[in-house]
Design a protein around this ligand. Structure first.
Ligand code: AMP
Ligand code: FE
Ligand code: FE
Ligand code: ZN
Length: 276
């Protein structure tokens, strides 16, 4: 049977608009057999997603997408099959949660000084209990009629080098890879096609990178070929997913990227053979 999978999905536990339960329902409707919930700097939604997955017959691989930075470039590292209870991972995520909150406060005060009504309480309510990010601030700006769209909020205020931009707290990709591996997981470089910094890959490979996200909504065919080759040359796994952030954020939609089931089988093999 041709089993369909999607290993890159966000929920309300970071900047997605569907709850973890809804993400799994969407996956079931789309006929997927295995997914991973990969919220930014969070594993909070994994248990809820797994509970719903048990009911609907969708396997949920515990995941996360850690923020890192190297040489001025923001790099995301996906962690798969992690133990969400691992103390190193928990303390890592706690630090990021605090830092994201402080950053949101700084962005909001910059906006307020510019005369824009963006109350912190409203942003916090919008973010809920999960990892707070710029999209939540953008949502409030749309809600309050300050901009027409989230995109406009990023372009005018929140994007890199724009007036309300604040750097995100971050760690090196090497440290992110280490914490994922310490938590028993596979560390995979997310959407390398978006950075245009393939020169950063060798250092991550040396740090123990397990895989590369080859299939992604924003990768074209030549990027898929390129990253498949890089993976093969470095004995890395291939992964893939839609990076869906929910209906409220438009495309992409759960299950819309074709991810070979063999990717997942190879990931399981590597875990079994103690490659980690
Ligand atoms: P943060 O983690 O707070 O730095 O926010 C980064 C997230 O914002 C990304 O994961 C995207 O989901 C979203 N994002 C980044 N740039 C844009 C943009 N130009 N328009 C809409 N959303 C964006
Ligand atoms: Fe996001
Ligand atoms: Fe990402
Ligand atoms: Zn993502």
């Amino acid at each position: 049977m041709n089993q369909r999978i999607d290993l890159h999905l966000h929920s309300t536990c970071s900047d997605g608009t569907s709850t973890p339960r809804e993400v799994v329902r969407r996956a079931a409707e789309a006929g997927l057999s295995v997914i991973s919930l990969t919220d930014h700097d969070s594993t909070e939604g994994v248990a809820e997603a797994q509970g719903e997955g048990d009911r609907l017959g969708v396997e949920v691989v515990p995941g996360t997408e850690l923020s890192a930075r190297n040489d001025g470039t923001d790099v995301h590292i996906l962690g798969y099959f992690i133990d969400p209870e691992h103390p190193d991972l928990i303390s890592w995520l706690d630090t990021f949660r605090q830092a994201r909150l402080q950053r949101a406060e700084r962005i909001v005060s910059k906006l307020n000084r510019m005369g824009l009504r963006v109350p912190l309480e409203q942003v916090l309510a919008r973010a809920g209990p999960g990892a707070i990010g710029r999209p939540h601030i953008a949502d409030v700006m749309v809600e309050n009629g300050l901009v027409f769209s989230v995109d406009e909020a990023f372009h005018k205020y929140l994007g890199y080098s724009k007036p309300a931009y604040v750097d995100k707290y971050s760690q090196s990709p090497a440290r992110a890879i280490q914490v994922i591996r310490a938590a028993g997981g596979l560390a995979c470089l997310a959407h390398p096609g978006l950075y245009r910094r393939d020169d950063l890959i060798p250092e991550m490979v040396s740090a123990g990178l397990d895989g590369i996200e080859v299939r992604h909504t924003k990768h074209n065919a030549s990027q898929v070929a390129r990253y498949s080759n890089i993976a093969a040359e470095n004995n890395l796994l291939c992964t893939g997913g839609s990076d869906c952030h929910g209906d409220g954020r438009g495309d992409p939609i759960v299950g819309t990227v074709d991810v070979p089931f063999s990717y997942l089988e190879a990931m399981r093999e590597r875990l079994k053979s103690g490659g980690n």
